[in-house]
Design a protein around this ligand. Structure first.
Ligand SMILES: NC(=O)C1=CN([C@@H]2O[C@H](COP(=O)(O)OP(=O)(O)OC[C@H]3O[C@@H](n4cnc5c(N)ncnc54)[C@H](OP(=O)(O)O)[C@@H]3O)[C@@H](O)[C@H]2O)C=CC1
Ligand SMILES: O=C(O)[C@@H]1CCC=N1
Length: 287
C-alpha cells in the first residue's frame, strides 16, 4: 500500500478481470450512463482478443502491457475484482503493494470474504463485497452488497449508484452473502435450466423450436411480471392457475413426485455451500 494523498477525480473504475460478469456490469453502466466509457478500464490476464472486443463494443480503455495495467490500477478510484476465485489470491497479493488506502475494492467474487480480501492485500482497504448476476447487462440484475467498516459514506453511495443502475440492490450482512448467491447470483442458471426443459418438452410434443422458445420466454416473463405487478405471493398466483383435478394440478403432482421443492432448496443450499468452499480454498492456499 502507498499513502500518497492523491485524490481520484473524476470517478474512474478499473475492472481487474474482463469476463462475462465484468462485461455485464460495464454494459449496464454505459447503457444507463452511470459512467462514460473513458472512465472505465478493463484488464485481464492475457487474452488480448477479448480486450480488443471490449474496446470495440463499449469504447472502454483496455491494456495488456504490465506498466500500463499498473498505472490504470493505481489511478482508479474503484477497482472491481472480477476474476475467478482460483485466480483471486495471486491477483490480490500483487495488487496490495500498489494501492493507496483510499482506493475502494469492489469484489464480485463468489465466496471470497472481506477479511480474506484485506488479508491478501496486506492492509484494511475499504471493500464492498458484492454478488451481482448476469442480468445486470440489461438493467435487470439483482445484487447483494456487504460493506467493510473502512468504506466511507461517499464510497458506499458510489457502489450503490453503480449497482442500482443495473438492477435492484439488497444491502445485507456479509454472513448472508452465500445464501444470496444461491438465490440470485446463480439463480438465473436454474431458470434457464427450467426453460430448456420446457422448450424440449414443447418440441417433443410437436411445437417448432421457435414456437417453443417464444411460448416459454413469454411464460417466464409474464409470471415474473405478475409477481411484480400484483405483489401477490407466488403460491396464490399458482393456486389461481390450478383448477381442481385439472391439467396444472396433474403437472404439479409430477413435479412434487420428483421432489421439486426439496430439490430446488437443496440446489440453493449447495450453491451457498460451494461458494463458501471456494472462498475457503483461496484463504487456505494463500494466507
Ligand atoms: N458469471 C456469473 O454469472 C457471475 C460471476 N460472479 C463472479 O464473477 C467472477 C468472474 O466470473 P466470470 O466473469 O464468469 O469469469 P470469466 O472466466 O468469464 O472471466 C474471468 C476473467 O478474469 C481474468 N483474470 C484471471 N486472472 C486474472 C488476474 N490475475 N488478473 C486480472 N484478470 C484476471 C480472465 O482473464 P484471461 O481470460 O486473460 O485469463 C478473465 O477476463 C467470479 O469470481 C464469479 O464468482 C459473480 C456473480 C455472477
Ligand atoms: O458459478 C459461479 O461460481 C458464479 C457465482 C455466481 C454465479 N456464477
Amino acid at each position: 500500500m502507498t499513502t500518497s494523498s492523491t485524490t481520484h477525480s473524476p470517478l474512474s473504475i478499473c475492472f481487474n478481470g474482463a469476463g462475462s460478469m465484468a462485461e455485464a456490469i460495464v454494459k449496464g453502466l454505459i447503457a444507463r450512463e452511470v459512467a462514460r466509457p473513458e472512465q472505465i478500464s478493463m484488464l485481464n490476464r492475457s487474452n488480448q482478443e477479448r480486450l480488443n472486443e471490449l474496446t470495440e463494443k463499449y469504447g472502454v480503455i483496455t491494456a495488456n502491457l504490465e506498466d500500463v495495467k499498473r498505472e490504470l490500477l493505481t489511478s482508479a478510484s474503484i477497482i472491481v475484482l472480477a476474476m475467478k476465485p482460483k485466480d483471486a489470491g495471486a491477483a490480490l497479493k500483487e495488487l496490495g503493494p500498489l494501492l493507496q488506502e483510499k482506493q475502494l475494492i469492489v469484489s464480485v467474487i463468489a465466496g471470497l470474504s472481506i477479511d480474506t480480501i484485506q488479508a491478501l492485500l496486506g492492509f484494511k482497504a475499504p471493500v464492498a463485497r458484492t454478488m451481482p448476476n448476469t442480468s445486470s447487462s440489461i438493467g435487470l440484475g439483482a445484487t447483494g452488497i456487504a460493506f467493510s467498516k473502512e468504506t466511507t459514506a461517499e464510497q458506499t453511495n458510489q457502489v450503490l449508484s453503480m449497482f442500482e443502475a443495473v438492477g435492484t440492490v439488497s444491502v445485507i450482512p456479509e454472513a448472508r452473502m452465500e445464501i444470496l448467491t444461491g438465490v440470485s447470483g446463480s439463480g438465473p442458471a436454474y431458470i434457464y435450466y427450467m426453460m430448456e426443459a420446457m422448450m424440449a418438452a414443447g418440441i417433443e410434443g410437436g411445437l417448432t423450436p421457435e414456437q417453443a422458445r417464444e411460448l416459454t420466454v413469454q411464460t417466464v416473463r409474464g409470471a415474473a411480471s405478475m409477481m411484480i405487478e400484483t405483489g401477490e405471493d407466488p403460491a396464490k398466483l399458482r393456486a389461481d392457475i390450478t383448477s381442481p383435478n385439472g391439467s396444472t394440478q396433474a403437472a404439479l403432482e409430477v413435479l412434487a413426485a420428483g421432489n421439486f421443492t426439496a430439490t430446488v432448496k437443496a440446489a440453493v443450499h449447495r450453491c451457498a455451500e460451494r461458494s463458501q468452499e471456494m472462498g475457503e480454498a483461496v484463504k487456505k492456499a494463500l494466507l
